[in-house]
Design a protein. Structure first.
Lengths: 196, 196
């Protein structure tokens, strides 16, 4: 890919011990979340596991929502890296249609996996346009590579919209679809948009 | 339309004076919102305008979010009625493609108009599947009328997803699109899905 995509804003430089604290807290939170329900993970438990005071957690992340948003930023950065430079078909090297399908599947699985975390982060995370901006630009790039004409930015947002957590929850919950059916539906949507 | 669509759940029967109170409060809230910023409309102001005590507002709606959600339910019911039995092209009588385009435009304008109210209602409203369910079934009906084959429920959710408030806010704000461009993009999406 020749054009740089907007990555998540790099955090402001921090003192080395502060950065170490931050890493330790994020790691502690991630480990706690793996073991139990996100809703049961308290700031106290995260502080205790990281070996710091509770005040430190609040100073670093502002609130429980802020901590959850920081965790999501962390895994989003890793996901963006795998899109930009990871192995194909999600990363470069595969034909654009294969990359597009891999993108949809990976986005759906990531959102479903992180569902409870996304809800715990609330608006702090939902308004994060750096995340949507990256995905939109990547989809626009793939649509252009596929020779699609039209308003590629709009089409990219339209392909991204049904992969958002609230829509996935509606499809899997309210509409009773399986994950396979949702994926097949998204691929059919891609075919109709690309015109293949 | 031959098949009944799921309308918003009718409220449990209430005593006549309670119903009168409820109507008065909703009317008072709607009038206050028309005059100023939704965020500035307090429960006290709504109670004062309706001539009841503040406790009554909380008893009826539980919270400020609950009141806002009730207001949205109220206008959603009116909107559903205009889709089901209002004048064409949104209502019955126009060809299905014209109804589909009118649906998209009406949904977009309604969501943008109610933006602040939808945000004030928060999750109370966001999880209201009766609203999404109605719109999904109506879109599925129109796609079937247009002779589209495939997973019509999935395609209906995919057509609906980019008309949600968060996606509209991203398109108009972050991506800097005009309302006309968003509408043209949605119509192009419809054409690609219908295959015309």
């Amino acid at each position: 890919m020749s054009k740089p995509l907007p990555l998540l804003t790099a955090p402001a430089p921090e003192r080395r011990d502060a950065a170490r604290n931050r890493e330790a807290l994020l790691r502690a939170a991630a480990e706690l979340i793996e073991g139990c329900d996100v809703r049961a993970v308290t700031m106290e438990a995260v502080a205790a596991k990281a070996g710091v005071g509770k005040g430190t957690v609040f100073r670093r992340f502002g609130s429980r929502e802020g901590l959850m948003a920081a965790l999501l930023n962390h895994s989003e950065t890793a996901w963006q890296a795998s899109v930009l430079s990871g192995p194909p078909p999600l990363g470069p090297g595969a034909p654009p249609m294969e990359r597009l399908i891999a993108f949809g599947e990976s986005r759906m699985r990531t959102h479903l996996q992180q569902g409870a975390l996304i809800e715990a982060a609330g608006r702090t995370w939902g308004d994060n346009y750096a995340v949507i901006g990256f995905a939109t630009m990547h989809l626009r790039y793939l649509l252009r590579e596929l020779g699609v004409s039209g308003d590629l930015t709009y089409l990219a947002t339209a392909l991204l919209a049904p992969l958002s957590l609230p829509v996935l929850q509606q499809q899997l919950g309210f509409d009773g679809m399986s994950e396979e059916r949702v994926l097949a539906g998204w691929q059919d949507l891609v075919d109709r948009i690309v015109g293949s």
